[in-house]
Design a protein around this ligand. Structure first.
Ligand code: KIV
Ligand code: NA
Length: 265
């Protein structure tokens, strides 16, 4: 049973302690992040991009998400594990949403689920919550709808779109979501939503006024190379460091420097 629960996150909002959230997809990284004190580990469907190499998040399946969540859950002692319901496993059919959600909780060890969308998915949200599954919402840039929007540009800059987002955020809280993610929207709107809602608001490119921050681990660690939006802070340049380590290894093997006399039986 995790130390961090939706109740703990709610208390953090109340006391003003910011929430740290990071994606994880495998055992080894999840163990490091959990021990380093990340509050929430998100098994994001961004696994489609960073783990599987797809251009969008659409192709990842429920079985893939179960595999990643199982790997993460074997490592975690403290963090809350939230898993994305992937595209096509919950929209427009609350029974399907429940079946998908139950598999992630029962077979994979998720502690909560994240779904993209507003009013159009509140039936699915309510049904999951009735079954005892905590649900996190996700508004703003919602990558599962990329073909509807046609770009990964900032969302809700216009007043109309901002008002729609505000009413969707309220609808998700009313449906019982314990938190929501806001992706790539103006900081002023992030602030408005955070002040309007009682539940925690976690941002990615949503400014500094929200209740917490989330990043994709490959971006934070500098493993992804060409992705450089303004909101991203890289804490390492692992792409270069791994490249240097790897070329050194190849060179040592070729030049017979590895293994040495001591590195053999
Ligand atoms: O899949 C993901 O990594 C996400 C975060 C960017 C919020 O949904
Ligand atoms: Na996602």
């Amino acid at each position: 049973f995790p130390k961090i629960t939706s109740k703990v996150l709610q208390d953090m909002k109340t006391t003003g302690e910011k929430i740290s959230m990071l994606t994880a997809y495998d055992f080894s990284m999840a163990r490091i992040f959990d021990e380093a004190g990340v509050d929430v580990l998100l098994v994001g469907d961004s696994a489609a991009n960073v783990m599987a190499g797809y251009d969008t998040t659409l192709p990842i399946t429920l079985d893939h998400m179960i595999y990643h969540t199982q790997s993460v859950s074997r490592a975690v002692k403290r963090a809350m594990i939230i898993t994305d319901l992937p595209f096509g496993t919950y929209q427009g059919d609350s029974k399907q949403a429940l079946n998908s959600g139950v598999r992630l909780m029962k077979e994979a060890g998720a502690h909560a689920l994240k779904l993209e969308g507003g009013k159009e998915i509140t039936d699915s949200v309510s049904r999951l919550i009735q079954a005892g599954i905590p649900v996190m919402g996700h508004l703003g840039l919602t990558p599962q709808s990329i073909y509807k929007f046609g770009s990964y540009a900032i969302r809700a800059k216009e007043e109309n779109e901002a008002n729609v987002l505000l009413s969707n955020a309220q609808a998700l809280q009313d449906a019982g979501c314990f938190a929501i993610v806001l992706e790539k929207i103006p900081a002023t709107l992030g602030k408005k939503v955070t002040e309007m809602l009682q539940i925690p608001v976690i941002g990615i490119g949503a400014g500094k006024h929200v209740d917490g921050q989330v990043l994709v681990m490959h971006d934070l660690l500098g493993i992804s190379k060409d992705f450089a939006p303004r909101f991203l802070r890289r804490y390492l340049d692992l792409y270069s460091q791994i490249t240097n380590a790897t070329t050194a290894y190849v060179s040592d093997v070729k030049s017979r420097k590895f293994p040495s006399d001591k590195e053999q039986y």
